[in-house]
Structure formats: C-alpha cells, structure tokens
Design a protein around this ligand. Sequence first.
Ligand code: SF4
Length: 287
Amino acid sequence: MKVIKVSKQGFCNGVKRALDLVYKTIEENKNNKPIYILGELMNNEFVSNKLDELGVITIKSYGMKRVEMLENIDDGIIILTAHGVSPEVIKILEEKNLKYVDTTCPFIIKTKDIINSYLTNDYDVVYLGKDNHPESEGVIGINPKKIHLITSYDDIDKLNISNDKILITTQTTLRRDHLNIMLEYLMYKYPNSVFKDGVCNSAILRQEALINEITGDLCLVVGDTISSNANELAKIGSRYIPTYLINSIDDIKKEWLIGVKVITLTSAASTPDELTNSIYEYLINLD
Ligand code: SF4
C-alpha cells in the first residue's frame, strides 16, 4: 500500500509543552503525592493510557465542568490542561491549598489577555467557540455576563448587546471557513466591532497542509473522537475523498481498504508521532 504522510501533522508546541510539564511534575514528585490531571490532557486516549501507566490519574469530565471535577479532590498535585481554566478553578485550588501545575497553552493565554484588556475598557466580548468545550468554558468563566458564547447563526440572531463596544474573538480550533461565515454575519449585525483572530496557526497549518496534499483513494486522520482539531481535519478530508478518524490500528475497517491503492495519512495536534508511525508501518506493509 502506498501511504502519503501529510507534511505538517502531529503534536503542536502547546501540546508538547503540556506533556513535558507533566513528565517534569512526575520526576519532581519526590513525596509520591497523587498527581491528577483535571480533564483529558490532550484529547487523546493513547496518551491518557500512557500516563495511567505512570500512575497519573486523569479525572475524566463526563460532561462536568472543571469546577465540579475538583469537588472531591483535597490533596495531591493538580495538572491543569493546555485548554486553560476559568478564574473560579484557580480560586478553588487556592482555597483548598492544592498545588497545581498550569499547562495552559501560551496561545490561549494570549487570547485571554486580549479579552481581559477589552473587558477592562468596558467592552462586551463575543466569543466564537464550541459549547461544552474546556477551552470555551475557561474563557467564558472570566466574565459570564460580558462574554457571549456564539456557536451558530441562531446564537447570533438571539444576541442582544446594547453596548457599542464589542470585541469579537475566537476559540483556537475553529475551522477557518466556519469562522469567516459567522464573522461576516456578526459584522453585519454589529459593524463597529473589533475583531481579534484567536484561531491557532498550528491548527491552520495542519488544515492547509491536508488541503494541499490530500491525494489517493482514502484519507485516515489519526486522532481521538473528542479532539476538536482531529474532527476538523476529518471534515476537511471528507470534502475530497472518503476520510475516517481513527485512534488505533484496530479502528481500521477492512472494507475501507477495498480497491484502495493510495492513502493520505495525517494526524491531529494532540496525536503522538509514535501512534501515527505505528499505523503508517502497518499500512505500508499491507498487500
Ligand atoms: S493547537 Fe494551538 S492552541 Fe491548541 S495547544 Fe496546540 S498550539 Fe496551543
């Protein structure tokens, strides 16, 4: 089987940094305190399983907010994921006197800093993001009354902001085409708004590389179903050729491969190269 690996894929700098901080925390934990990760570190089951083996406990969200997930934790070291958290989470950690390691991606911190500076200047903030996502939860939590989460056209229709000062910004993993359509509609409704693009270049570069390089009969995106950027890549691939999101060799169905000669292989910003490489090796050795 011929397999074409997309040139830009795999861990982004934010994810690499988060994982390095987890390993550093494990190494420095001389008193063997329990180490908890508040939510999935990087939306990848393969990585979660590896960390489980090292004794790190991932507190899965199961639809809960970060604040609720902290309710039963009273000791140990808490690792905050690259998605970031709301100020309320930090307040609770400090009230409980819990040691924590914040791996929030610098890119997300930058958007939060912009939001904070506009809020200080009495702006309302329209945040284009995803519902029930830890990144948007962390951002909205800065000021739930002044930051309005928008996920659809309907939300824009319902939006009723009387303030003339409006900042529009975005979650890092929004698809560019979706963002552009929503932005156009928002600017029509609130023409004097200031726009600050929060989409992360890592996600864009992976999306553009896939668009430019996708070829053959089948595209496989290695990533977890809960990873936003993995799902975006799969949606993009589907526009061109049959595309599937997989997280292991076991996910590959034999019927997908019937008549297939060339496969495009890519992976999300939260997918370790180790996993993608093992899938690549498996595919190139197929008859
Ligand atoms: S995708 Fe971008 S925002 Fe998200 S962790 Fe990676 S570098 Fe940070």
